[in-house]
Design a protein around this ligand. Structure first.
Ligand SMILES: C=C(O[C@@H]1C=C(C(=O)O)C=C[C@H]1O)C(=O)O
Length: 245
């Protein structure tokens, strides 16, 4: 490839371990890196304004061409901590749920759990701007990312979507994966994977670089988010995508 590969990454704390190794890495000579929240980078990858993105897996079926190019993802094998339904009342008393405009996968997962697992009769409300202050009474909210880690200190009831998925299917869950919208050179993919792996093997250094008093990032990076895209996670992802057909 003559030009640099345009890569869009998620701007949340959960992506820091994947990006840690990119500084001073040879892959940066081939890469132009930008960051935004998940629903924006999903649009960029679909429109073709970037070549690779850490996209919500829910958008993969919407792409004309897609290639998962990495052995790493944003996944979970139990409670993920940062994708939750937050409420002031127990699940069965919720009447309305605000959906997170920054998300694609978790909104689709929430809809699936509401219908098939929790079997709730609720009104779902799209958002386009900050809405967390509207969570109260029988109005609940789905919140993802760093804002969810903060919301954990606010809400009385917290329902973790990755945990619910595991109870529902006995499979792990993949929220986002590195996907390209065109074939890319093998040497880029190899260097890209190598750069991704560095932070995963140096979590204490990643945590040291990102002071965050709100939540224990060592626990977040080692016990909640699970980065390797294993065969079981691929199976969980296929099962999830099959529900979206
Ligand atoms: C676990 C998370 O996964 C994120 C959830 C996404 C979604 O819901 O579309 C997309 C990207 C991931 O970064 C999180 O952000 O808390």
């Amino acid at each position: 490839m003559e030009r640099k590969v345009k890569v869009a990454a998620v701007s949340y704390l959960n992506t820091k371990p994947l990006l840690y190794g990119f500084k001073n890495h040879p892959v940066m000579k081939m890469t132009e890196l930008t960051m935004d929240y998940p629903s924006v980078i999903a649009r960029q990858l679909i429109e073709g304004s970037v070549d690779v993105a850490l996209v919500p897996v829910a958008v993969i079926p919407k792409m004309q061409e897609s290639h998962i190019i990495s052995d790493f993802c944003i996944g979970a094998e139990g409670p993920v901590a940062s994708v939750c339904l937050f409420s002031q009342v127990p699940l069965q008393e919720i009447k309305r749920i605000y959906l997170d405009y920054q998300s694609r996968t978790s909104v689709a997962l929430l809809k699936l759990l509401v219908r098939d697992f929790w079997k709730l009769d609720v009104e779902l409300i799209e958002t386009s701007d900050d809405y967390q202050h509207l969570i109260g009474g029988t109005d609940a909210g789905l919140v993802i990312g760093d804002r969810a880690l903060a919301q954990r200190k606010v809400s009385a009831y917290i329902y973790d979507l990755a945990e619910a998925w595991m109870r529902f299917t006995s499979l792990p869950f993949v929220f986002a994966a590195w996907v390209s919208n065109k074939p890319l050179p093998v040497e880029f993919i190899q260097e890209f994977n190598n750069a991704n792996s560095i932070g995963i093997h140096n979590i204490p250094a990643v945590v040291a670089e990102n002071p965050y008093p709100v939540f224990d990032l060592t626990a977040y990076y080692t016990q909640h988010i699970s980065y390797p895209l294993t065969p079981a996670k691929r199976q969980g992802m296929q099962k999830f995508l099959s529900y979206l057909q």
